[in-house]
Design a protein around this ligand. Sequence first.
Ligand code: ZN
Ligand code: ZN
Length: 254
Amino acid sequence: MKIAENVYGYRTAIANIAYIAGLGETKEEWVLIDTGVPFSAPFILKNSKKLFKDKKPLAIILTHAHFDHIGALQTLVRVWDVPVYIHEKEMSYLESEKKYPPPTPFKEKGMMSFLSPLYPRDGIAFHSNIKVISAEDSLYFLEGWKWLHTPGHTDGHISLFREKDGLLLAGDALITVRQESLFAVLMQKKEIHGPPAYFTPNVETSFTSIEKLLALDPHILYSGHGMPMYGNEIKEGINKLLYQHSTENLVKGN
Ligand SMILES: [Zn+2]
Ligand SMILES: [Zn+2]
């Protein structure tokens, strides 16, 4: 699915990945953003071949290390042997030194929330090929793009933004489907939503990150879950979400 110029999206069961093409001097280089749910490697490889023939990516970039974003990572690295970029605060999860906090299935109603204790929380033992995102120019090969630290959903979550057309790849910092609801996920019903509640230990920080993303003035939004969104519905949706959150806080007396 074409999202915008040189950017393609692909959904692995419940989680999206993205391809950024048109890179490098030849404009033929590309990178992969996230690697989907477990067992999605054959589909990702097939799709990559369709888009780029036998050319392998310059790198794999991870928005964060949740199981539904690193599912095919080991297989893809074995096949491509390319560097894997991840934020310094997320690395220890990927390398299994740290576990994510347990989910909070009752924070928000919905079948997906209810099932969340069953989702794997372990990182994968994975030391080779890892490169750290820390400095502004860590992703120097992504011309025209910048990366932003958008913590809350996880400590080292990052988002990617392309100034030229206001394209935001938000990972799970901001998603376009109510991921807690199995029905909404199956129907891919469009709705701007905060990160999946059952897996977001630091909600206040996640909202600070959402404000940061709104300040970028995004015109195209493609997230880790849900369909792409375009134009005004993005800012309207984010503002609605921020408003709901602030009124909830007022009611709670925060
Ligand atoms: Zn996540
Ligand atoms: Zn996710």
